[in-house]
Design a protein around this ligand. Structure first.
Ligand code: G3P
Length: 222
């Protein structure tokens, strides 16, 4: 299994504009040095600039449930695919969608050959997401997001239940975990519980040395 570390740049100042490109270059170097796959997920404003600057996968943080057309202010998944963006987050805790819209985006991502990462908040919502058969379900308890206690340490039972439930519904769907992940130990526990990757933001974006933080997280998978 290929372990993956997806870094969500959110709308953090530290990961915006030229700093988004710089951060993605750190992630590329961490991927080259460890062999662990890194994915950069910058804001929509920085998406194309970052994807042109680095050789790692760059995903979108969100798409609206619309095709090309008269949708002022929307981000169409077809436009992301046309721009060569290979994947996207769907239903992030900070950008929730309706179930029908999540289902539509997952099937569009499949049609367009994109990786879909559906974010969920617990094991029961993860089951519903797994039934849609995205590439990944990323379980992130909202109350732990941005904090210093990781999902793997605070809620190991929920991680275990999520992995089992998703596997029972579709063995093709992989489980990522996120929220509060800060170091190699958080990653190692998640790996032991069955997660194949992590979705992380502040632990890398807000670190004093983002490259070292990325290297430390990757060491949890080695
Ligand atoms: O998308 C990842 C995110 O919601 C987790 O944030 O800052 O707890 O790593 P953080």
């Amino acid at each position: 299994m290929e372990y993956t570390i997806m870094v969500n740049f959110k709308m953090y100042r530290e990961a915006s504009g030229a700093r988004a490109v710089e951060l993605a270059r750190h992630l590329q170097r961490a991927q080259e040095e460890t062999g662990i796959k890194f994915v950069a997920i910058p804001s929509t404003l920085d998406l194309l600039k970052v994807s042109e600057a680095v050789d790692i996968d760059v995903y979108a943080q969100h798409a609206d449930p619309v095709k090309f057309g008269a949708h002022t202010g929307s981000i169409s998944i077809e436009a992301l695919a046309d721009a060569g963006i290979p994947g996207l987050l769907i239903n992030h805790s900070e950008k929730r969608l309706k179930l029908a819209d999540i289902g539509w985006l997952v099937s569009e991502a499949r049609r367009l050959g994109m990786t879909s990462v559906v974010c969920t908040n617990d094991d029961s919502v993860s089951k519903a997401a797994a039934a849609l058969e995205p590439t990944y379900v990323a379980m992130e308890p909202p109350e732990l997001i941005g904090g210093d206690v990781s999902v793997s340490k605070a809620k190991p039972d929920v991680v275990r239940r999520t992995v089992e439930a998703v596997r029972a519904i579709s063995p093709r769907v992989h489980v990522l975990i996120g929220a509060g992940v800060k170091n190699a130990e958080d990653v190692r526990i998640g790996k032991e519980l069955g997660a194949v990757g992590i979705l992380v933001a502040s632990g890398v974006v807000k670190a004093r040395d983002p490259f070292s933080a990325a290297m430390d997280l990757a060491s949890g998978f080695l």
